[in-house]
Design a protein around this ligand. Structure first.
Ligand code: FES
Length: 570
């Protein structure tokens, strides 16, 4: 079988000599003699603390690749530490995807193993793999072990929002709040709630891109290394079978991913990531598919932020396959995986061992667990809400808008005792979309005004063109498209306007007469809040990023470029 890497290594000419000679530093003599070259794309970094352990995982993958006759080649790729990177990791997702794609294509590799974990790392690697279309398989780095604080489970991320609100409300001291830090993060791995990292690891498996049964294995669990070893072997098999993403990532795979997203009660961030991945493959996936396919799927997993437990509990209770088995009839039986077999075929042995953590189909946590897509004059191209994380009494609500032009404006004014706001108000935050911020940060779950917290208010309707952390909760309408900075009507809302939310009817409306709206232009202060970067990646990003309803990818990165490189480097 002819390998892609043969174009570098095969033959007796000068260029093949150069490619081989520089690589001969202790590798077996026959390493370039028709053996599959497998890149291990490693997002380990001290500045991505959730991925710091991935070099140990890479070494297990490496063993598996060698054992199967391939040659493992570790390739450090751009990493994004969700909590560390400013102004938001999402600004860099497309750059990470572009960098990984170009490095996969530029180098003499036949297949790739993708090591990710923290929120943007798996989406970026999947986007890259879809575009370059080499045989590819993901090893998710796995969640942290459970945290506990004062006798109660403390979920990563979710606990921060809850405890910081308690401190603002005066029911927790700053010292107690600080003590919870190390109780929350007590091991290697990514966030242990059903946040974006856990969601994307599981959704990647539902897509068919992970060795079945691996996603959700806690990072410190030795079975992660065992499965990483097996994935190394599998990557070599995939090259032999020419099993590339375009051969098995189809509309059916995305349908399965949407069903899985609803059944696990996953993060709203998966919507933008799945749309972006589909865009790289030319798969027709739309925002409305999430509502059409997923909104009536029952949420079965009782995990924070919507529920009680954490990822270690999910693994103990039977894992992701036990969840998928409950909704097997909703999965497309034809959708294939990295193994070459359908996803549905891998579920026979799955069992639920703890029905508190994973509910049966007949006793779901939430009967309709998916993501609802809203439209109306406030979001002509759509907005999303996760009803399972919202308050039932706010799903149909009319209220007076209290508008903020940027997150800084919000922070300056939200706790002002003179701010005219009550529990029925609708908090509107703009300037947080892909272009406006730039990068679409996770700020949509705005903290509630201190004075209302003190009165016991714990949720309000919030509307924003940004995203929300997967670990957050509340009645939050997000991903409003088009965003304010792209000329969306969100820029025209004024404090005092009435906003009507009707989730069952899938509507979000600004109750201002059409003629009045047509007369309005965005205020100077609103426009001033939109960033206008002068140079570098931010400039390119703002000029070329698409809106949230299509995945917030750069317009010139949609579609696949394949793995061919037409010119030699010497
Ligand atoms: Fe890395 Fe949550 S901050 S996964």
């Amino acid at each position: 079988m002819k390998l892609r890497s043969d174009h570098w290594y095969a033959g007796r000419d000068r260029n093949a000599y150069i490619h081989r000679a520089w690589m001969r530093r202790g590798v077996p003599g026959d390493a370039f003699d028709g053996r599959a070259q497998i890149a291990i794309a490693n997002t380990a970094s001290d500045l991505s603390p959730c991925n710091r352990h991935l070099s140990e995982v890479a070494s297990s993958v490496r063993d598996g690749v060698y054992e199967a006759g391939g040659v493992p080649l570790e390739l450090p790729v751009m990493s994004l530490g969700e909590t560390q990177v400013r102004p938001t990791a999402m600004l860099w997702r497309n750059l990470a995807a572009m960098e990984a794609e170009e490095m996969f294509r530029a180098n003499p590799v036949d297949g790739v193993v993708l090591l990710g974990g923290c929120d943007k790392t798996i989406p970026a690697l999947l986007m890259a793999a879809a575009s370059v279309d080499l045989p590819a398989v993901v090893v998710p780095g796995g969640p942290m072990l459970n945290g506990t604080f004062r006798g109660e489970p403390l979920g990563c991320g979710t606990g921060v929002w809850r405890l910081s609100e308690e401190m603002r409300a005066g029911t927790l001291t700053p010292e107690q709040f600080a003590r919870s830090e190390s109780a929350m993060i007590r091991s290697r791995g990514h966030c242990n709630t059903m946040g974006t990292a856990s969601t994307m690891a599981l959704v990647a498996e539902a897509l068919g891109m992970v060795t079945p049964g691996l996603a959700g294995t806690p990072a410190p669990d030795s079975r992660l290394l065992e499965a990483a070893h097996g994935t190394g072997r599998l990557a070599v098999d995939m090259v032999g079978a020419d099993r590339r993403p375009s051969t098995f990532l189809t509309e059916s795979s995305f349908r399965n991913a949407i069903v899985a997203l609803a059944a696990i009660g996953g993060s709203t961030n998966a919507v933008v990531h799945l749309l972006a991945i589909a865009g790289r493959l030319g798969v027709e996936l739309t925002l409305d598919d999430f509502d059409r396919i997923g909104s009536r799927v029952p949420a079965l997993v009782d995990l924070q932020p919507a529920g009680r437990f954490l990822m270690e509990d999910l693994h103990r209770a039977g894992g992701f396959h036990a969840v998928l088995r409950e909704v097997r009839d909703l999965l497309d039986p034809e959708a294939l995986t990295v193994t070459g077999r359908p996803l549905a075929d891998h579920l026979d042995d799955a069992r639920i061992w703890d029905r508190e953590v994973i509910r049966g189909r007949d006793e779901p946590l939430v009967a309709e667990g998916g993501i609802a897509v809203l439209r109306g004059n406030l979001a002509p191209d759509g907005a999303v809400i996760k009803p399972a994380a919202a308050s039932e009494h706010l799903l149909r609500h009319r209220g007076r808008a209290v508008v903020f032009d940027s997150i800084e404006d919000f922070r300056d004014r939200i706790d002002d005792p003179d701010l005219e706001v009550d529990a029925d108000s609708v908090l509107v935050l703009r300037g947080c979309g892909p272009k406006g911020y730039p990068g679409m940060p996770e700020v949509s779950n705005m903290p509630l005004p201190k004075k209302l917290l003190a009165e016991g208010v714990r949720d309000m309707v919030r509307i924003c063109d940004g995203r929300m952390s997967g670990t957050a909760y509340g009645t939050v309408v997000l991903h409003v498209a088009p965003e304010a900075a792209a000329g969306g009507p969100l820029a025209l809302v004024r404090t005092g306007d009435t906003v009507a939310l009707d989730v069952p009817a899938r509507r979000i409306e600004l109750e201002v007469p059409e003629e009045e709206l047509a007369r309005r232009t965005p205020d100077e202060a609103t426009v001033a809040g939109f960033a206008a970067p002068a140079r570098g990646w931010e400039r390119l990003y703002v000029d070329r990023v698409r809106q949230a309803d299509t995945g917030a990818d750069l317009d010139f990165l949609t579609g696949s470029s394949g793995s061919e490189v037409h010119r030699e480097s010497h």
